[in-house]
Design a protein around this ligand. Sequence first.
Ligand SMILES: NC(=O)c1ccc[n+]([C@@H]2O[C@H](COP(=O)([O-])OP(=O)(O)OC[C@H]3O[C@@H](n4cnc5c(N)ncnc54)[C@H](O)[C@@H]3O)[C@@H](O)[C@H]2O)c1
Length: 462
Amino acid sequence: MTQKFSQADVSIIGLGKLGASMVAGMASKGLKVIGVDVSAQAVMAVNNGLAPVEETDLAATIRSNSQLIRATPDYSDAVMNSSISFVIVPTPSDERGAFSLEYVAKSFESIGNVLKNKDDYHVIVLTSTVLPGSTRYGLLPILEKTSGKKCGPDFGLCYNPEFIALGSVIKNFLNPDFYLLGQFDEHSGDKLAAIHQIVSSNNAPIKRMSLENAEIAKIAVNSYVTLKISFANMLTDICERIPNADVDVVSDAIGTDSRIGRKYLSGGLGFGGPCFPRDNVALAFLGQSLGADTPILEANDSYNRSYSLNTLKRLKGRLPESGRAAVLGLSYKPFSHIVEESAGIYLCQALQNSGYHVSCYDPLALVEAKKTLNKNFTFCPDTESCIKDADIVFVTTSDPVFTALTPSVFVNSSARKVYIVDFWRCLSHNFAKTENIVYIPAGRSYVSKKKESLLSNLWERR
Ligand SMILES: NC(=O)c1ccc[n+]([C@@H]2O[C@H](COP(=O)([O-])OP(=O)(O)OC[C@H]3O[C@@H](n4cnc5c(N)ncnc54)[C@H](O)[C@@H]3O)[C@@H](O)[C@H]2O)c1
């Protein structure tokens, strides 16, 4: 390993999906960064100018700023040679639905052991997602015990979570709507705010507050966004039952109201991925543990978890009851290989449980999907082989590979009908007009005589 520099501006502990992108993002703003990880592979990758994880622009940004970046497994090297350390190690969900502090606690212990021998003031910034109270009551005592020093006069402490989406982590990190800065005291907060001012490309406002307010705000943002998603999904269901209704028209109108906003309001499928579902569960856990009433969070979680299955029930009568089903899209969103809590995966399982033979395809997530789904699914190498001979095709993400499809790919020589369920209404209009294709866009009015009479019965004068 070439020693590029000794004194850095910051150290970043945890070179995973978020931490590695923060290393790259900070270096792109001219800061000298030391990365730390327990994984020798991650350290080696960064020192070789490579990305330790897959993320948009990560490899290129690390490479082009390699003179400002080095990595080490050694906490002492990193903490002694920087004045502020960001901790971004995992906080997996525990059996209670809370976030485990196991990895963060180990990291804080290692930092505290170095602080014991460091004379200069140092700020520790927790970026990993935690539940309220964790920083002050779970982690601060570890730092004080291992260092033998006092938070405030001897070292600083902040909670500074990020709001990023996988696939655009560096961009989001440099251009946030705001920085959420929880501070133990003013001095710690000043040191961190100075870093934000250097890093921000968009001069984002910095919201400074207590550690606890920041912990609540972080988890509340994610949880609120999931409420919007579920609300839009509920509108999708309602619109299908009313003549002349279209969820996109309704969402567009209500999203124009500044109290609501258009983002995350396109009804389709449920929310998934590594953050949204677990953050919602964790906030419910916290509220309940403290005696607060959290029925909204619980209802949202159960509504979302059953959404794929309920969608199938909703489609009953419109689709063949058996046969071959093809699922296009297994990741929790386009351009991702992550299948954690993905609606596409849940749909595959619901289809198999309903007796369909299921083939599936995803441009990036096949390897991960194979680890999650049982071997009775047919994993296809491309869209064409996946939809070949399918009676029903489900399009679960708006990946460009799927949106570019044309009707001719679906209509096979036997001229039998193919049913296409388009959850995001992302296929071209031609599908609706093609013979032998039954195109089913989620959220657009589909009214049977029975459903129409349910509505008209409400209003006809007797
Ligand atoms: N990934 C996201 O979309 C996202 C978004 C917002 C917040 N977060 C939060 O950020 C935190 C990290 O998430 P991630 O997705 O980057 O995780 P990750 O699993 O991708 O990476 C974590 C890294 O930390 C390393 N690590 C573990 N223990 C360590 C230790 N004691 N010392 C040094 N390194 C250690 C691991 O080897 C790994 O490289 C979590 O709390 C997560 O909730 C993640």
